[in-house]
Write a protein that binds this ligand. Structure first.
Ligand code: PLP
Length: 402
């Protein structure tokens, strides 16, 4: 994010060279975010001094519980929930898994689930496992822009549908889904509705009462808090079955001694996310647009992936046709620029992204896509640096590929 040290253009991932945020240009905020300094300050006392167990009877431990309560109120305020409707978990993946498990466990006769073809693997891989156990899963398709047709949801719902799970914003493309409308369809048919809103905080307003969803997932490390802490919102009137059994933490809904520092961090980050909403939607959006528009203009055979308008303000997924994203990312890495491809690396071979494939991109095109995801710590200089370096990198690779 700050300039590179003089004369240095190569980074090696060795123990001697540590890559820190002072010598990188970070465009991968959908993968994880920098822990905000304010968040570090808020959590440190719970690592240094206030390390008692909140379940203990004596004051040294039980005083910690008040800070958990305060954090719960802050994360509840972020999504307009009641604090009692918040269950802290270990991550977004656990929240997603728990939502599906609970819907199936509380409705044992209903053995059908509906989700989309472009969900995070925390939903899709779990659905694959459930299919092996005999449950049925319908995957809703998306169009070329990554958008969902709610008519396909209407027709997919069956009497035995236990839950519909649809993400609020896609992590690879930033494309938004009509959650309020989808939840209304489900409610009218008596089907539970969950949304994975992990990419939304600080970027979109989230109001669980207005959306009228039964369950909602968030992960703290996507909003400038540390990894390893998430939450599941469960509406007061929605039946819930825990996935993790043991102590009475989280009002018996998620056992295990609380990740106190993580919870406090999440609470502070939730306050900041509300405060950052404006910056993300004005300054960060303008940075993203300048990056995207300049690249589309200056680099031939390049197109944007996903809807231009119905999209998070921070995300740009671009297809640089005829070259491998992995090659681009390697050269960007040498310049200290962090971005990512949608593709997941499996056993050495690169599978094209399931999201881009579902949008109708060819395997070749999917392997040519690079995702840039910005955030509140990005500056004009970051975008200048990327714009100075990317076009020559693409030109060089295009020459090599001919
Ligand atoms: C990051 C992410 C998750 C997983 O959250 P973890 O806390 O990393 O487990 C789930 N869904 C979406 C959309 C994400 O972006």
């Amino acid at each position: 994010m700050r300039p590179l040290p003089d004369g240095r253009d190569e980074f090696a991932l060795t123990t001697e060279v540590r890559l820190t945020s002072s010598n990188i240009y970070y465009f991968d905020n959908n993968a994880t975010t920098r822990v905000a300094p304010e968040v570090v300050d808020a959590m440190l006392p719970f690592l240094r001094e206030l390390w008692g167990n909140p379940s203990s009877a004596y004051g040294f431990g039980s005083q910690v519980g008040r800070h958990i309560d305060a954090a719960r109120a802050h994360v509840a305020a972020l999504i307009n929930a009641d604090p009692k409707e918040i269950i802290f978990t270990s991550c977004g993946t656990e929240s997603d898994n728990t939502a599906l498990q609970s819907a199936l466990a509380t409705q044992p006769k209903k053995r059908h689930l509906i989700t989309t073809a472009v969900e995070h693997s925390a939903i899709l891989k779990h659905c694959e496992a459930l299919c092996k156990q005999g449950f049925e899963v319908s995957l809703l398709p998306v169009d070329r822009d990554g958008l969902l047709d709610l008519q396909t949801l209407e027709t997919a719902i069956r009497p035995e549908t236990a839950l519909v799970s649809i993400m609020m914003a896609n992590n690879e493309t930033g494309v938004l889904f009509p959650i309020k409308e989808a939840a209304a369809i489900c409610r009218s048919k008596g089907v539970l509705f969950h949304t994975d809103a992990t990419q939304a905080p600080g970027r979109l307003k989230i109001d669980v009462k207005d959306l009228d969803v039964d369950m909602l997932t968030l992960s703290a490390h996507k909003l400038h808090a540390p990894k390893g802490i998430g939450l599941l919102y469960v509406r007061r009137s929605t039946r819930f079955q825990p996935s993790i059994f043991g102590g009475h933490q989280e009002r018996g809904r998620r056992a295990g001694t609380e990740n106190v520092a993580g919870i406090v961090a999440f609470g502070r980050a939730a306050e900041l996310a509300l405060a950052n909403l404006h910056d993300e939607n004005t300054r960060v959006r303008a940075l993203r647009d300048r990056l995207e528009e300049t690249l589309l203009k200056e680099v031939p055979n390049t197109f944007r992936v996903g809807s231009k308008e119905l999209r998070l303000p921070n995300t740009s997924n671009l297809c640089f046709e005829f070259i491998e994203a992995e090659a681009i990312l390697m050269l960007l890495n040498h310049l200290g620029i962090c971005a990512s491809s949608g593709s997941a690396c499996a056993t050495g071979s690169i599978d094209p992204s399931h999201v881009l494939t579902a949008m109708g991109l060819s395997p070749m095109q999917s392997r040519s896509c690079v995702r840039f995801s910005l955030g509140v710590y990005n500056t004009d200089e970051d975008v200048d640096y990327a714009l100075k370096n990317l076009p020559p990198i693409i030109a060089k690779l295009r020459v090599l590929s001919h």
